[in-house]
Design a protein around this ligand. Structure first.
Ligand code: CP
Length: 302
């Protein structure tokens, strides 16, 4: 694994290896004993992903080069490629990038000699979010095979839906989608359920935010919740062990009743906690693969 760009590049063994490494990071402090720099290049807004990468990097003893696109030479017309090459030239050992283009990394991977992590690519993919979602499901059930997972909401504009549907299928889960008219995606070949059906049969209900920034508003009011969202009534009909996930940020009262955000079934804030350890694991795997850190550091984490 030279870069971390898409869940499609991972086989099941590699996915489990990241989940297991993340679990070890939860339980053991590890700091890299040499100077390593990470640059977090976010061209779209972020709270969780950016901040949890920073926490992950600081926990590993990595020096963080922060970057604010709105106060950078991007405003003078500098391209993504030239920005990334600049950080490579000044000594960044790993680049974490979020950008609105679905495949922004295609123009970088051949020109750069530094590991790149995809922290969100337009509507294309969000592989570190997917890994933390998988870690959260695995923490709960200890397996994926045969689990019924519904991904519900604005599927069409969601990079999270794309990454999770593909990865969960690879791991043997039964993946379903649930979407309001206009939010379905014919390119994702999975069966659709109504929210009533999904709530009753699924082990994991993964809700998605309406991506208002990617399209003109179709639904904004509480009618959406009643027909397409997770209401209190639907939550009561969920299976005993079933859990609720959401990548956040949440549109409270739209895709989920606000009282359910922190209900007993909700793992939404647990997902965020898991994100730190998953990102530590991914960073360490890449630094090791590129020879930036050596075996002995990884072994100390065992
Ligand atoms: N889940 C997620 O990607 O959140 P942010 O946009 O806040 O990073």
């Amino acid at each position: 694994m030279r870069n971390f760009l898409s869940v499609n590049q991972l086989n099941s063994k590699e996915i489990f290896s990241i989940i297991e490494a993340a679990e070890r990071f939860r339980n053991k402090q590890l700091s890299i004993d040499k100077q390593v720099f990470a640059a977090n290049l976010f061209f779209e807004p972020s709270t969780r992903t950016k901040m949890s990468f920073i926490v992950a990097q600081k926990k590993l003893g990595i020096e963080v080069l922060d970057f604010h696109s709105e106060a950078s030479s991007v405003l003078k017309g500098e391209t993504l490629y030239d920005t990334a090459r600049t950080f490579e030239s000044i000594g960044a050992n790993v680049l974490v990038i979020r950008h609105g283009d679905d495949t922004w990394y295609d123009e970088l991977i051949h020109g750069l000699q530094v590991p790149i992590i995809n922290a969100g690519a337009g509507k294309g993919g969000h592989p570190t979010q997917c890994m933390l979602d998988l870690a959260t499901i695995y923490q709960e059930y200890g397996y994926f095979n045969g689990l019924k997972v519904v991904i519900a909401g604005d599927i069409k504009h969601s990079r999270v839906a794309r990454s999770n549907a593909q990865a969960l299928k690879k791991l043997g889960a039964n993946v379903y989608l649930s979407a309001a008219p206009g939010f379905d995606d014919p390119l994702l070949d999975f069966p659709y359920l109504s929210m009533d059906e999904a709530a009753e049969i699924c082990d994991v209900v993964m809700l998605l935010r309406i991506q208002h920034e990617r399209h003109e508003a179709i639904y904004r009011d509480s009618c959406y919740l009643e027909t397409f969202g997770l209401t209190r009534d639907r939550e009561k009909r969920m299976k005993d062990r079933a859990i609720i996930l959401h990548p956040a940020p949440i549109n409270r009262g739209i895709e989920i009743d606000t009282s359910l955000v922190e209900c007993k079934r909700s793992r939404i804030f647990k997902q965020m906690e898991n994100g730190v350890y998953v990102r530590m694991a991914i960073i360490m795997k890449l630094l090791h693969e590129w020879g930036i850190i050596n075996d002995s550091i990884e072994k100390r984490n065992k």
